[in-house]
Design a protein around this ligand. Structure first.
Ligand SMILES: Cc1cc2nc3c(=O)[nH]c(=O)nc-3n(C[C@H](O)[C@H](O)[C@H](O)COP(=O)(O)O)c2cc1C
Length: 200
């Protein structure tokens, strides 16, 4: 049976987007059907235009990455959610999307579906774990099975060894390095493998 993975993320300047793409490829490498989706941008143009990297990323993805819908959540048999750190918390854009799921929650759409999460912050100790844990709070309420990478593969150590989820300290202008993209790819494989095991 083919499994269906929705990789849903918010990214202002492209770092979480790069992690999402790597994770999606990892899940695809395990023959999962994958939908890579960005949530809607909510910031006004005046804020986006004040940061050239933000404007460039919005323009680069507006036609190439579809916007996430509630139907994607119904379709999927597993989820990967990504957000940049916002003061140690989930971005409002991703939270706004999640806050539209009351009806799906009531219908039990999320029950027992595996979910995993990933993030990027500016600083190595700028709130990566707290962001992932905040995101995971939603999964408890949805009734998901949380799938962390833990230390289930040695390659995770090269990416900083974050057992909560792939996390990238962007430093403001760097893109995720090879070890971190490998960890994100692994997280996608791992999510797909666990989902397949649960379905058999
Ligand atoms: C409003 C705001 C709050 C942020 N808060 C933090 C923070 O608490 N710690 C941190 O290290 N970086 C923080 N950042 C930086 C971003 O999390 C970081 O640049 C991240 O790599 C951006 O990911 P993206 O390129 O996918 O948008 C913040 C950025 C913004 C705009």
């Amino acid at each position: 049976m083919s499994i269906r993975v929705a990789v849903i993320y918010y990214s202002a300047t492209g770092n979480v987007h790069a992690l999402a793409e790597a994770l999606a490829k990892g899940a695809e490498s395990r023959n999962a059907e994958v939908r890579l989706r960005r949530v809607e941008e909510l910031a006004p143009d005046s804020a986006i235009d004040a940061n050239p990297a933000w404007r460039a990323h919005v323009d680069a993805t507006k036609n190439s990455v579809p916007v996430a819908t509630l139907e994607d959540l119904e379709w999927a048999s597993a989820y990967a959610f990504g957000t940049p750190t916002r003061f140690g918390n989930v971005s409002s854009q991703l939270k706004q999307f999640m806050d539209q799921t009351g009806g799906l929650w009531q219908a039990g759409v999320f029950h027992n579906k595996p979910a995993t999460s990933f993030t990027s912050s500016l600083n190595r100790h700028g709130g990566q774990e707290s962001t992932i844990l905040s995101l995971n709070n939603v999964f408890y309420h949805w009734g998901n099975i949380i799938v962390p990478p833990g230390y289930t593969d040695p390659l995770l150590f090269a990416a900083g060894g974050n057992p909560y989820g792939t996390s990238w300290p962007s430093g403001g202008n760097e893109r995720p390095d090879g070890a971190t993209l490998d960890a994100a790819h692994y997280q996608g494989r791992h999510l797909a493998d666990i989902t397949t095991q649960l379905a058999s």
